[in-house]
Design a protein around this ligand. Sequence first.
Ligand SMILES: Nc1ncnc2c1ncn2[C@@H]1O[C@H](COP(=O)(O)OP(=O)(O)OP(=O)(O)O)[C@@H](O)[C@H]1O
Ligand SMILES: [Mg+2]
Length: 474
Amino acid sequence: MEPQKSKVVVVDDDPIVLRAVGEILRRDGYEVTALQDPTEALAIVKDTTIDVVVSDIKMPHLSGLELLRAFKDAQPDVEVIIMTGHATVETAVEAVKAGAYDYLTKPFERIENFSLAVQKAVERRTLKKRALALEQALDHRAEFEGIVGQSAQMRAVFKTVETVGPTMATVLIQGESGTGKELVARAIHDRSPRRDRPYVAVNCSALSETLLDSELFGHVKGAFTGALGNKKGLFEAAHGGTIFLDEIGDVPPATQVRLLRVLQEGKVKRVGANEEISVDTRVIAATNVDLAKAKAEGRFREDLYYRLNVIQLSLPPLRDRADDVPLLAHHFARRYAERMGKKLEGFTVEAMSALTLHTWPGNVRELENAIERAVVMTAGPKIDIADLPREVTETKGPARTQVDLTSLVHLPFAQAKALTIRAFEARYLTTLLERTGGNITQAALAAGMDRSNFRRLLKEHGLAGRGHNDPEPA
Ligand SMILES: Nc1ncnc2c1ncn2[C@@H]1O[C@H](COP(=O)(O)OP(=O)(O)OP(=O)(O)O)[C@@H](O)[C@H]1O
Ligand SMILES: [Mg+2]
């Protein structure tokens, strides 16, 4: 295919100039539209594929500035070159100050200069277009540093990672188990200038208090029974790089004090040592418990909480971003099929709708495991509902009360409708039970439904109310 010609519009009320300029530009390889009437030009410039306008400044009833403004209003990204006679150079300069790309005085002394000015304007326009395309591509990207997602929530996460990555800022990542906290921590490190320096991950809940202290800060010989020699801690090991403190909510109080000291002063003291060592280690922490609550209940130091919580990044549970489910499912199916050397063609409609309906209490990890298992089980070529774990296909628990239209369009109409009805039912029932204080008889009456049918519906949605013979809730 021939490369697309750049488009230039020439405007001049003098037909001789118009013809001459048009000819030069055609010779230079542009697709040229030559017009005598500026209003006609304004209409044409609305077409966003126009790259450059070369226009005479002395138009009837329009000043140079007004003309420029009119072109830019019609299409903000178009580059405008003004042609001017000697008498109007001042207005032309004004127009350039106001955003015109350049101005040229007529008659042209050298055709080459004219050609060059247009060429540069076209280049600039092309660059701007490319930058825009890149930006849009990032907006629509479904994957970022190995993190897959296209929901608005995940796009916001990508943006935050991109913004805070290059800084030294301490980041606190919150999210339920399996939502991708570790993946995001790694992505932040990989987006930072420290990417070639160490990245050290520590699971703070897996170690006893003594061991955790010694792991994080090191120890000197004889600091405690079993400390046979001097040992460097992980903060020192991660010097120049990043330390990832996973399950930060489980850190015991004494260790919290030590952590505070590193965050405030950049200094660690090995267990049993007297002198401090300076470290330059970036801290990323993660938790799947509500740290603000732990703080309020006195289990987590307030000062440490604020030191950690400089930037907070919340990873939403998978049930709140159903649009990511099909994308992640395909991502994992491809990955595991490749690993196992199986040829697969995605999912049957039933399998995909079961995946979309499930509420994923174990979040992305649960989905990943389900797909890995399905890839093993399936006879192919498509993963079918029978290949999925029972918990996934028999979703009973609390249904989603909200479904997003953007996720629904991944499904065939019938499934999308079923999903929407289910969500509606859940919302209706929950609200109704709230209004009747959980009284099923009243709720069934208000719904105009038979009591036993109403009960069955509640059960399907994993909702409980109380009948009039049931005891009052405690
Ligand atoms: N958005 C995602 N795109 C691709 N893979 C993901 C995504 N989110 C999570 N995963 C994968 O799911 C699994 C669980 O993620 P991860 O270990 O980061 O979760 P976590 O939030 O740290 O969970 P936990 O609190 O249980 O430690 C990993 O295998 C990870 O690669
Ligand atoms: Mg984790």
